[in-house]
Design a binder for this molecule. Structure first.
Ligand code: KIV
Length: 419
């Protein structure tokens, strides 16, 4: 399984904005730093966002939506910093850095100003297309909405951005014929990815899959762009809807770490990616991603720590109980053969299994591993700061049987934020 994860990242096709050379490859677009940060109380500092962006790059996400630059100076600064530091890094995998913009010139200019430092910059612009949104929120006619969408996509392209994503907000409740028209118009204007948001998490998996299939069948020029999904979780269906979208032809999936996001959140990266890894061969047309799943647990812990949003113990993949076997019957089965009760191995997401106590987070017995884990966490600590941290680590380690990733993050966070 671990080998499979590595093979996936090695198989990542070249990045061409509007085309994927391998039809089985699915791009992972992470919006933890934009939609995720819109969760109530989840505001993160610029430094925290940078650490998360580095971890997302390590994880192998294809696109990082780093923020909404026009929304505040702080967001603008964070997106710009991430574009420079992560989007222009000297590394094997450089993700696309994306900034969100409403369909107006100021938002689009701000987004471009922030992302243009990345090697692969993208502007993501959106406008609502459902009747209820157009009438009550935008107070615009459908024709005015089409005109705005078309002209603002063209404007984004005219600034020099050759990678422009367009989202018809509330697509899940929009009129189909209107969707086909507006999507055809923005393709003509230069959009490279069309993202289909189920903004209020209203659709059922069969419906959402059909929506993607219908858009694919009825939109002029659709063969020249990538179709994407963005599923909110209001009915707890975001992962199922996202997978239905992929099955129907979407080749970019928008997700967040731990599923954080507006209201009930978004489809979670770890669920979508592990479902593709676990069942992609049999039931999902052999689809695969470029995610190195062994970095999942660290990404989850960082987002939990920085956003302050605790992961529920029974959360799929990353919850504390996700690999815990409590009942006697289950424990007996596990001792006889691990696959009796485990469809994913904890090692696949970066956890280690100890012989006595089930799972331990971390592999921190030696100092070299300790340094490696600090780097893996996304921290830039060296010299005296690192020596001090190691001294404190040893003091804590002396008092505890095992040092967990949570302990390590707490230690490192204190060190970083005290300095
Ligand atoms: O939920 C939504 O519709 C969005 C769009 C901006 C993609 O977040």
């Amino acid at each position: 399984n671990s080998a499979a994860a590595i093979r996936c990242s090695l198989r990542r096709p070249d990045y061409i904005p509007n085309r994927i050379p391998d039809p089985k490859y699915v791009r992972i677009f992470d919006t933890t730093l934009r939609d995720g940060e819109q969760s109530p109380g989840a505001t993160m500092t610029t430094k925290e966002k940078l650490y998360i962006a580095r971890q997302l790059a390590r994880l192998g996400v294809d696109i990082i939506e780093a923020g909404f630059p026009a929304s505040s100076d702080a967001d603008f600064d964070a997106v710009k910093l991430i574009a420079r530091e992560v989007g222009d890094a000297d590394s094997d995998h450089i993700p696309v850095i994306c900034g969100l913009a409403r369909c107006n010139k100021r938002d689009i200019e701000k987004a471009w100003e922030a992302v243009k430092y990345a090697k692969k910059p993208r502007i993501h612009t959106f406008i609502a297309t459902s009747e209820i949104h157009m009438k009550y929120k935008l107070k615009m006619t459908p024709e005015q909405v089409i005109d705005k969408a078309r002209s603002m996509v063209a404007y984004a392209r005219s600034l020099g951005c050759n990678d422009v994503e367009f989202s018809p907000e509330d697509a899940g409740r929009s009129d189909r014929e209107f969707l086909y028209r507006i999507l055809g118009e923005v393709i003509n204007a230069g959009a490279t990815t069309l993202n289909i948001p189920d903004t209020v998490g209203y659709t059922l998996p069969t419906e959402f899959g059909q929506l993607i299939a219908d858009i694919k069948a009825n939109t002029n020029g659709i063969e020249n762009v990538i179709i994407s999904t963005h599923c909110q979780n209001d009915l707890g269906l975001s992962t199922a809807n996202t997978l239905a979208g992929a099955h129907a032809g979407a080749r970019q999936l928008e997700v967040t770490i731990n599923g954080i996001g507006e209201r009930a959140g978004n489809a979670s990266l770890e669920e979508v990616v592990m479902a593709l890894k676990c069942r992609g061969d049999q039931l999902l047309d052999g689809l695969y991603t470029g995610i190195n799943t062994q970095h999942i647990i660290m990404a989850s812990k960082m987002v939990e720590e920085y956003s302050g949003l605790r992961v529920q113990p029974h959360k799929a993949i990353v919850g504390a109980n996700a690999f815990a076997h409590e009942s006697g019957i289950h424990q007996d089965g596990m001792l006889k053969h691990k696959n009796t009760y485990e469809i994913i191995s904890p090692e696949d997401i970066g956890l280690l299994r100890s012989n006595e106590s089930g799972i331990v987070l971390g592999k921190l017995s030696a100092s070299t591993l300790f340094f490696g884990d600090v780097v893996q966490l996304g921290y830039d600590i060296d010299g005296k700061e690192l020596d001090d941290l190691f001294a404190r680590f040893k003091a804590v380690a002396g008092n505890k049987k095992t040092i967990t990733d949570d302990d390590l993050i707490a230690l490192v966070s204190d060190e970083v934020f005290q300095s």
